[in-house]
Design a protein around this ligand. Structure first.
Ligand SMILES: Cc1cc2nc3c(=O)[nH]c(=O)nc-3n(C[C@H](O)[C@H](O)[C@H](O)COP(=O)(O)OP(=O)(O)OC[C@H]3O[C@@H](n4cnc5c(N)ncnc54)[C@H](O)[C@@H]3O)c2cc1C
Length: 574
């Protein structure tokens, strides 16, 4: 595969050619169409959605009208203070400033012209306890969507990770968890749970999975619905294989399809939005640190194609970032049907009281309730001196009953399947468990004992567990004095191994404020844009808060499409 500079005939021509149908690509295609461009969206798999469809679908959009209207106002100076605290000098960045200025415009633009809609949950804290951090209002979630509205195209929406669905394909949003776990705790809980179950019972008769879509699936379904309404052409099973250049400008691309290669000309530009590094063996080996290369949370169709094509077109992958990817700790289980479950420990168990994480020395190395990225970051740092990949989440039987552990749902009474599969380790006493996971028994006993003393006072003198808004948000509010700490024991004791897995790449093509791909001497490549994970993260490998990937993915996709349409100049909010 090489960049082609030829005079081949186009199989057909379009104005805006978009590669990849995730948050970035679907937004670019939608905006192109709204601005009057003939737009073609080419997707490698037979479904839209990419990683976006399997995500929480949150966008971090400081200062939005939607948040003010919900009584959760945010200010740009507060955000700047926060970003400066996390990113230091790197927060003085033109793209970052452009993001802050454009985010609210994009939300309004899409709300007014499409079915894409977001609402801010009252509480969704930033990921770091730093000056200027928000507790709510900065992160917005996609409004749930009724998949039945898509008709036959519902089957084109990539389903969520199977580990996150229940009852044969029902999606569960964060607000659904308490009613489903404790339906008899209150009348509203009972009504909510009964409605969900009745809907799912009907869906199972008529559909392959539940049609009440939440989170990333709701966002993707809303984008697809909007694209359909604008009659945008979506070409499935069309894999970008090479870009075409003519006289220094990217003028189109070649796609592999089941009917052979087709060459599509793009009069206004090509947007690369193929989801970043994903499973690309070559890019993972080149860019990721040791111990992180094994597991990605991207769908298998995301294999670095956009980045590699961009590089061949003289684009440059920006690598001077604090981290080439954003991480989640995941436990892994080979299922009986051959499926490899990679379960990201996002917020259901790590912050709950009665669990610790230990490294290969049997010692804690992190505030377990911090963000998943910070957790893995600490794991990588610990690994410099002590084997910490994998690390182990350790708890007792009551913890699994109350909160579940990874793939094991709360209340599970029979653990045999998980034990037999080697997913769950168990020991009647601490020393027996330590033997199972290969750490020193005495040290693990000391670690648990020390943690238990902290749990009594509610103060984690080692790592400050439970001290931040984020910790408490994901803890158990009924647990006192610290919602994230309670005694571990008596036995039996349990553990699962967790590995670093990337939820997004932050290393990506260097782009300017309008999403134009830049060469190594910082010149835009005419006709070539990149957005989403195909573009380098504006947060430079830091993870400020929920939604800091999809937010920029949509904003820079918007700017790219607006630029291609010649509609960006002079665009301003009323
Ligand atoms: C469990 C989980 C939860 C997350 N939650 C959030 C969250 O709430 N908020 C947030 O901001 N981020 C979240 N993320 C990260 C976020 O989902 C991704 O960063 C984001 O969705 C990437 O969007 P994208 O458009 O760049 O790529 P994707 O959504 O991955 O889309 C890329 C598309 O391109 C297609 N493609 C690949 N190669 C080609 C090719 N050669 N030709 C044509 N098409 C191609 C793929 O098939 C795919 O459909 C989460 C991630 C995970 C795993």
């Amino acid at each position: 595969m090489t960049l082609q500079s030829d005079s081949r005939r186009w199989d057909f021509e379009t104005d805006l050619l978009v590669v990849g149908a995730g948050a970035a690509g679907m937004t670019a295609a939608l905006v192109g169409a709204i601005e009057g461009l003939k737009t073609t969206l080419c997707e490698k798999s037979d479904m839209v959605g990419g990683t976006t469809a399997t995500s929480a679908g949150t966008v971090w959009m400081p200062g939005s009208r939607q948040s003010s209207a919900a009584g959760l106002p945010d200010t740009i100076p507060a955000v700047r203070t926060y970003l400066a605290a996390i990113m230091g000098e790197e927060a003085n960045d033109e793209r970052l400033e452009t993001y802050l200025a454009t985010g609210p415009l994009v939300l309004d633009y899409l709300t007014e012209r499409s079915s894409v809609a977001f609402i801010p949950p009252p509480v969704h804290p930033d990921y770091r306890a730093a000056p200027g951090a928000a507790i709510g209002g900065r992160a917005l979630g996609a409004v749930p969507f009724d998949g039945r509205k898509l008709g036959r195209d519902f089957a084109r929406v990539r389903p969520p990770r199977r580990e996150f669905m229940v009852l044969g394909g029902m999606m569960v949003g964060k607000n659904d968890i308490p009613p489903l776990l404790h339906p008899f705790a209150s009348r509203p809980n009972l009504v909510h749970a009964a409605r969900l179950l009745a809907r799912q019972a009907r869906d199972r008769i008529n559909h392959r999975r539940g049609t009440r879509l939440v989170m990333g699936n709701a966002l993707v379904a809303r984008l697809l619905y909007s694209l359909k309404q604008r009659a945008v052409e979506i070409r499935y099973q069309s894999r970008l294989s090479e870009l075409i250049e003519r006289e220094g400008r990217i003028t189109g691309a070649v796609f592999e399809t089941p009917d052979g290669d087709i060459a599509i000309g793009a009069n206004k530009g090509v947007v690369l939005a193929a989801g970043g590094i994903g499973w690309s063996r070559a890019l993972r080996d080149r860019l990721f640190p040791e111990g992180t290369q094994r597991f990605s949370l991207a769908p298998e169709s995301v294999t670095g194609d956009g980045l590699l094509a961009g590089e061949r077109a003289r684009g440059q992958i920006e690598q001077e970032l604090r981290s080439p990817a954003l991480w989640m700790p995941s436990s892994v289980m080979q299922q009986a049907d051959g499926h490899l479950s990679v379960f990201p420990h996002i917020m259901l168990d790590r912050a709950k009281p009665g669990l610790i994480a230990v490294n290969g020395a049997g010692r804690r190395f992190v505030n377990e309730a911090d963000s998943y990225h910070d957790f893995v970051d600490a794991m990588l740092r610990s690994h410099h001196t002590v084997p910490s990949i994998p690390s182990f989440l350790v708890c007792d039987r009551s913890f699994i009953g109350d909160y579940g552990l990874g793939l094991i749902r709360p209340g599970t009474s029979d653990l045999t399947r998980h034990l037999r599969a080697g997913y769950l380790f168990a020991g009647d006493g601490v020393v027996q468990l330590a033997k199972q996971i290969g750490v020193d028994g005495g040290t693990l006993a000391e670690t648990i004992e020390r943690h238990n003393r902290f749990a009594e006072t509610g103060v984690d003198a080692d790592f400050g567990r439970g001290a931040s808004e984020l910790n408490r948000f994901n803890g158990d509010p009924l647990n006192r004095p610290n919602p994230c700490m309670r005694r571990i024991g008596p036995g039996p004791y349990y553990a699962v191994a967790v590995w670093p897995s990337d939820l997004a790449s932050s290393a990506g093509l260097r782009t300017d404020v309008d999403g134009r791909v830049l060469t190594s001497d910082r010149k835009p490549i005419p006709g070539l844009y990149a957005a989403g994970n195909d573009a380098a993260s504006i947060f430079r490998g830091t993870y400020p808060g929920p939604g800091t990937m999809i937010g920029p993915a949509m904003v820079f996709a918007w700017r790219a499409a607006m630029d291609a349409a010649g509609a960006l100049e002079g665009y301003a909010a009323d």
